[in-house]
Design a protein around this ligand. Structure first.
Ligand SMILES: [Zn+2]
Ligand SMILES: [Zn+2]
Length: 263
């Protein structure tokens, strides 16, 4: 693997802890997207699922691609379609060596695309699956921090990451206390001072970075299709926030991601 390039003069080695490579927006040019990622130093990616059919697709696309790992699960927005038999289907997929986490799972009461009851049913079942298999979880939490904490506390399974972290101090403190990781996305480049201040208080051995591509492109690409190669922007913002070099920030977040996902 060549490490230095025009796009990556420092030879950074980055881990994108959350993206959606199975998204239809990547269907036409996934090979090129992964090439850009490599050129930008993104040698590891965690591609995350939204539903059972999406999980199957995600597992298949990570199978023969070096550095591409995946998570299987039902997203809170898809919870109205969740059936209890889905747990067996997800469990069967976890036998694949590239499947390293259950995700993304959680609760999203902000958009409320699925009913709260159905979201909680799907979340409960998937936290229990992660606990049974002793696997990390990739957690999506929006306007539902109290319920997410309550459900995880009920199962007593503390492994994984809060993805796309927003400035929720109480949730961050809980995650840190319970040994969870916290992943930062393009929103740290959007100029929200409260979020930046909060990032400085998170222990460095818990921080990860992600693109959540194809959504959430960092500044200055905000509004365009996001892709793993854009992780550098987020990494640079984190380095600036912590007052460390980009190389240090890359090493830190990559090693944290590997520890979180047991790679
Ligand atoms: Zn999410
Ligand atoms: Zn996502």
């Amino acid at each position: 693997m060549s490490r230095r390039s025009r796009e990556n003069p420092e030879g950074l080695q980055l881990f994108d802890s959350h993206c959606h490579l199975s998204d239809a927006q990547f269907a036409a040019d996934l090979g090129a997207v992964l090439k850009h990622a490599h050129a930008a130093g993104v040698h590891w990616v965690m591609t995350v699922s939204q539903s059972v059919p999406d999980s199957k697709q995600t597992v298949a696309l990570s199978r023969n691609r070096e550095g591409v790992f995946c998570a299987v699960g039902v997203h809170p927005h898809e919870s109205d379609h969740f059936r209890s038999v889905d747990i067996q289907a997800l469990k069967d997929m976890c036998i694949e060596p590239k499947v390293k986490a259950i995700g993304e799972i959680g609760l999203d009461f902000f958009r409320g695309i699925s009913t709260r009851g159905n979201q909680e049913t799907a979340f409960h079942a998937q936290v229990e699956l992660a606990r049974m298999l002793d696997m990390p979880m990739i957690l999506h939490v929006r306007d539902a921090a109290g319920r997410v904490r309550g459900i995880i506390d009920e199962h007593g399974h503390y492994a994984g990451v809060l993805h796309c972290f927003t400035a929720d101090k109480k949730l961050a403190e809980w995650a840190v206390e319970k040994g969870l990781f916290i992943s930062l996305a393009g929103n740290i480049t959007y100029g929200e001072e409260r979020l930046i201040e909060l990032v400085r208080t998170i222990p460095r051995d818990r921080l990860m970075v992600e693109t959540d591509s194809p959504s959430l492109a960092p500044v200055p690409e905000r509004g365009h299709r996001n892709e793993p190669a854009m992780l550098r922007r987020i990494l640079e913002k984190l380095a600036e926030t912590l007052g460390i070099s980009a190389t240090e920030a890359a090493d830190l977040t990559r090693e944290n991601a590997k520890r979180c996902f047991r790679i």
